[in-house]
Design a protein around this ligand. Sequence first.
Ligand code: CUA
Length: 336
Amino acid sequence: MTTTGRGVVLGGALAITVVLLAGCQPEDSPSALDPRGPRAERIADLWWLMFWLGTAVFVVVMGFLAYATFRAWRRGVADGEPTDRHANPFLAGAMAVTVLVILVVLGFSLWTSRLLVEPDEPPALTVDVIGNQWWWEVRYPEVDAITANEIHIPVGEPVRVRLLSDDVIHSFWIPELSGKLDLLPGITNEFWIEADEPGTYLGECAEFCGIQHAHMAFLVVAEPRERFDLWLTGQVEPASFVADPLVERGQDIFLTAGCAACHTVRGTAADGEIGPDLTHLASRETIAAGMLENNLGNLMGWIADPQAIKPGNHMPNLPLAPEELEAVVAYLLSLE
Ligand code: CUA
């Protein structure tokens, strides 16, 4: 087989592999090519422009290659025999087109970057997101609300996001709403997100940050303005008090067994700052940074043996008796 022939076969095999792998995306996995907000739409537009330009270049180059191969074969030119480059009238034109294509891509990239700097309207609010191994602290500095692994935003309004890290480098990515931006220790990175429609969008850490990097997800919940305001007002409040013997026993254990050393429950003596703020834990959809649905069974399992579920995370296994565990979980589920 000639060198050219081998190249064509290799190129073809690569193209087929890419097409087959494209089918590997799980059904429920969010895609940057399915944008649900203006920021992601602009990035997707750039992607499609590059895709179609790349496809056109590939087809044209393969066409010329096939033509040249056919012509050489017809003339019986030996493999590897040098040809007279100056005699090729296409060469200058091909170089000009190549430069033009690169300039078009560069121009669109710069233009898209420019569009992404600021939203069309000024951001409606600011959210601070602090990366931790392996969970996300979420703060609303304008009203002093703190939550974790769940960012609520009003639909159709741009939201400024400020990103910081408490330990190593993480990367903030909501495929359907935004591109990626790193969270760096000591440096605040800023961008904005916006959702066109109400819904829950999956976010993920996109920078390897230790063994539980793959278990560092979060949810973005986009709601109509009134529902968002209601949610935020609720988050500002201190923890609700439920007069129930089991819940009260759970709170006692929470405050004395070690939980309070790492977790804050506003309105109580628990003011630890190592783990997530649990003041309104029961209002969240997931626990352990998107790993588990937030329900009684999963809370029990998580507190009984967090190291078995997410090895290496900073939450220790506490020696709680089954009835103590039950009381603590009853308390946590009362924190709405
Ligand atoms: Cu945080 Cu990967």
